[in-house]
Design a protein around this ligand. Structure first.
Ligand code: ADP
Ligand code: MG
Ligand code: ZN
Length: 512
């Protein structure tokens, strides 16, 4: 007990910079990606999200006696493609293994995974971090990529926290059981110094972009199709051996990855400063406080009694198939960034804004639909980013397509819409009122530029503001703004302001 007491007392957090002046962090990231295949890993059940609980199940994913799994070829292909994109070697032969443990969300009482024969090994992913001295590159070594199946989803009902403690009962939905997952495991990441939180974030972000570019998953962190276990340890400056790590489970946003690393560094430094040791355990990230809390101890390694799954044939991708997949890989996200920076003439800052907004794909698609890159960039980074923030959705989840944005931009360029009217058209599209042209029609948003309609508004503005009109006649053309304002008001913002100004000056007999 004495030992337990020494180790369980809460130590003070150490300020991040202070911790970094005396300790070196080591990171390890284990990322799970849910594949976007139509059917599950070992049966033909649908993987569609959001169906009624336990409607997408069959004897195989419910593990009824006598049922036999069959490997999903598309999942294997996705694993190989990701492995190739990460510069891994692809194993010419490998088996699935059973990982034995009991949990109610796993009807087999084992998970089919890969153990010592993963499909991809020894790769790397290069990431870039912004520092006050400019961008800095890090190479993250990838130990392995392996295939496995997801578990079902347990909900604990009746308690205040949604956790099992205090709940009245728990229910299980097996729709997710058997959905294919890839797990990507890094080697320990060293020598990041105080950039550790940023390196962790940049790695997950780059991996997400890479997976997305392959089209094998929608990689939505909030929906859990990409989730990350963040391992952190500290060692005193100059030490020869790594420290004991904690493993913060299922972190589900880029920002949380960064914060979890930062918090663990402060927490572990506090323990080490106080002469306590870091306990090897899983921890949970608390979104609201930015802290982590203790989960399950991993001091005693659990024995999963792994053994090759006797129901499944080995996976043996031919060298020809692997080379075919390699040749068909899309351009890497890092190469795409370099290319569009050159093509669109972007500064480093402009490129960074695009990357941070996760808007490269959207802007590229808008340009492909005919918009100039500057306009496309501005619409996505300003107006549409604002709407996304307001409604708390990702940019890509807004109810407007790149083609629709391109059409709005074209309507402005043709003079059919002013920028102000264009924003109203976007409102309409986002509200589900249809295509931009339909919204223009239905809401009557066309710019009033034909001279008869505009002329009437101009005459009214002059008649209503005789003193202003007099000043303009006397040569103070700057005063025309007030009359343009009156015209805009009368036309509810739909007048072509430039045309209105010309007409006003013409009517009052002065040169523009
Ligand atoms: P587990 O199965 O317990 O999760 P793994 O061997 O899969 O353990 O390693 C988990 C991750 O932690 C890997 O990314 C690995 O590189 C990393 N890791 C291993 N040792 C350390 C350490 N001392 N500090 C930080 N990360 C570590
Ligand atoms: Mg792990
Ligand atoms: Zn099934």
């Amino acid at each position: 007990m004495a030992n337990a007491v020494t180790n369980s007392g809460a130590a003070e957090l150490v300020a991040y910079d202070d911790a970094m002046s005396r300790y070196q962090p080591v990171l390890g990231l284990e990322t799970h990606v849910e594949l976007g295949t139509g059917s599950k890993m070992f049966c033909s059940c649908s993987t569609a999200f959001g169906a009624a609980p336990n409607t997408q199940v069959c004897p195989v994913c419910l593990a009824l006696p006598g049922s036999l799994p069959v490997v999903n070829a598309t999942a294997v292909e996705s694993a190989i493609r990701l492995g190739l994109a990460l510069d891994c070697s692809i194993a010419p032969w490998g088996r699935f293994a059973r990982k034995n443990y009991f949990y109610p969300d796993m009807p087999k009482n084992y998970q089919i995974s890969q153990y010592d024969e993963p499909i991809c090994v020894d790769g790397h992913l290069d990431v870039t971090v912004d520092t006050p001295d400019g961008p800095r590159g890090f190479r993250v070594e990838i130990e392995r990529v392996h295939m496995e199946e997801d578990t079902g989803k347990t909900s604990h009902v009746g308690g205040a926290t949604g956790r099992i403690h205090g709940a009245q009962y728990s229910i299980v939905d097996y729709n997710r059981a058997g959905i294919p997952l890839l797990e990507i495991v890094t080697r320990p990441i060293e020598h990041t110094g105080d950039l550790a939180p940023l390196v962790a974030r940049a790695y997950v972000s780059e991996l997400r972009d890479l997976v997305r570019s392959l089209g094998v998953s929608d990689v939505r962190m909030e929906e859990g199709s990409l989730r990350c276990d963040v391992n952190v340890s500290l060692m005193p400056e100059g030490a020869a051996e790594w420290g004991t790590r904690s493993e913060t489970k299922n972190v589900n946003s880029l920002r949380s990855v960064e914060r979890a690393v930062r918090y663990e560094i402060s927490r572990q430094a506090g323990r080490l400063d106080a002469g306590q040791r870091v306990v090897q355990e899983t921890r949970h990230f608390q979104e609201n406080s930015g802290s982590t809390v203790s989960g399950r101890s991993k001091e005693e390694a659990q024995d999963y009694r792994y053994f090759p799954d006797p129901d499944l044939v080995p996976v043996a991708p031919s060298a020809e198939w692997v080379e075919e997949l390699r040749a068909a890989l899309p351009e890497r996200p890092s190469a795409v960034r370099r290319r569009i920076q050159a093509e669109w003439g972007l500064s480093d800052d402009e490129l960074r804004d695009l990357v941070n907004a996760d808007a490269i794909g959207l802007v590229t698609a808008t340009v492909a639909a005919g918009a100039p890159s500057d306009d496309a960039r501005k619409w996505w980074l300003n107006e549409l980013s604002r709407r996304a923030t307001e409604t708390e959705v990702e940019l890509a989840a807004l109810a407007i397509t790149p083609a629709q944005v391109a059409r709005v931009i074209a309507l402005v360029a043709e003079g059919v819409l002013t920028n102000k009217l264009a924003r109203q058209v976007v409102d309409g599209v986002l509200a589900g009122e249809g295509e931009p042209d339909a919204v223009v029609e239905a809401r009557g948003l066309k710019v009033v530029s034909d001279d008869s309609a505009l002329g009437a508004a101009v005459d009214a503005a002059i008649a209503g503001n005789p003193d202003v009109a007099e000043k303009i006649r006397g040569g103070k053309t700057a005063a025309a703004g007030a009359l343009v304002g009156a015209v805009m008001k009368a036309t509810r913002g739909q007048a072509d302001a430039g045309r209105a100004r010309l007409l006003i000056l013409e009517r009052l007999g002065v040169e523009g």
